[in-house]
Design a protein around this ligand. Sequence first.
Ligand code: ZN
Length: 436
Amino acid sequence: MRWNLISVRWAGVAVLLVLLALAPAGAQHTIIHAGRLVDVATGTVTSNVDILVLGNLIEKVGPDLDVPDGAREIDLRHRTVLPGLIDSHAHICLQPEDSVRSPVLYKTHPYRTLEAMRAARLDLLAGFTTLRDLDNEGADMADIAVRDAIRAGMYPGPRLFVSGWALTITAGHMNLTGLRPAVDRKLDQLAILVDDRDAMVAAIRDQVKDGVDFIKIYATGTMRHIDRDTLEPLSQLSIEEVELMVREAARWRMDVAAHAYGGDGAYNAVAGGVRSIEHGMFLDDRTLDLMVEKGTFWSPTMTVYLPDEGADAEETEFRNRVVQRHRDTFRRAMAKNVKIAFGTDVGSLPHGEGWQELQRMADYGMAPMDILRSATLVGAELLRREDELGRIAAGYRADLIAVAGKPDQDTAALRHVSFVMVDGRVVKQDGSAVPD
Ligand SMILES: [Zn+2]
C-alpha cells in the first residue's frame, strides 16, 4: 500500500517534469483577462474569461483562473479577444508599386528581403499572426529567409508558410511581356517557366530542396489574358498536368495552390487535385460543385480587383464587370458551402491593410462570425494546422488579438487591432507596437 502511494507520487512528479520539459526553456506564465472572448469553433462569445499562456502555448481557458506565481498579467477587460487572424493569400515579397515597375527589373534580392521583413511586421501588427505566402514573385528565396529568421527568433513576425517560386508557362502569367526578345531571355522571370512534364517535376523538386512549405502553380493567366467579350481567362494547364504536379508535390507531403480565375483552367486545377483555388472570380457552378465534392478551398481576394483610381474609362468598365462577377461568385460559393479561406493578396494591397478584405466579405453578405471563422478555422484547416492554430483553447499556439467593439457582430471593429500576441510574445499593446 505504502509502496503504491510512493509510486503514484513519483508518477505525478514524472508527469510534471515531462510537462516542464515540453515548455520552452525559460517559459513564463502570462494571464490575460479578456472582457469578451470569441470561440470561433462554437460561434459563441463569453464574458470575463481568463487565458493562461505558458511560453508559446495556451495552457488553460476559463473564468477566474488562479494566477501562478510570477505570472505576467494583461488586462483586456475592455476588449474582445479572438484568435490571431490567418491570411491565406499574402505576398510579403510584393509591394504595391511592384505592379507598375516589375521588381525583377528594378530591385535587388537583398532589398526585397528587407522589404519582406517590414511587410511581415506590418501585417502582423494588423492582427494577422499567420500568413500563407503565395509566391515570392522572383525574389529568389526571400520568403524562405524571412520565415526562417522569424522562426529562429531573430525578429518578431507572423507565422509564415511559404511557396517560394511559383510555376507557370512561357507567355503565361508572371512571364514578362513587351521586352526585346534578346533582353527578355537574359532576365530572371517572376516565376519558373515549365512547358513540359519533366520541367514541372524538376521545378517542384527544386522548390522542395530550397525549403518551401507548399507549391504554387498558375492554372490560368492574368488580367491581360482575359477575353474582354466573354471574360474567359487563359487556361494554362490540362487536368493531366495538374495531376502530375499534385502527385509530385504529394511525394514530399506538400499541397498545391492554384492561381485560377475560372473557366477550363480552374476546372482542370480542381479536377487535378489542388488544395486551393486562388482568386476564382469567374468560377462557374460546375467548378464550385466539384470543389464542394472534393473539399477544395477557395481564397477569393476580392479587394485587389477593384478599379484603380485614375484608370481610363474602358479599363474601369472592364474592372467593374470583373468585380460584379466576383461578388456573384462569392455569393454562390457561400450558398453552396464552399470552404472559403480568407485571403487578401496583400502586397498588391498595401501591407497592414488586410482589414479591407474583411470588410468586403461583410459588404458582400457574409455574417461577421463566418468571416472570423474564414480567417481562423478555415485558414488553419487549409494549412492542415487545425490542431494548433485558429482557436483559443488549451494546447493551441498562443496567437491572439484584441479589439475594441464586437467583431463577432460588426466586422469594422477589426480595422483597429489594439493587441497582438504571436507565439506567446506580445508585439502590440494599447494600439502601439511593442519595441523589440
Ligand atoms: Zn497573389
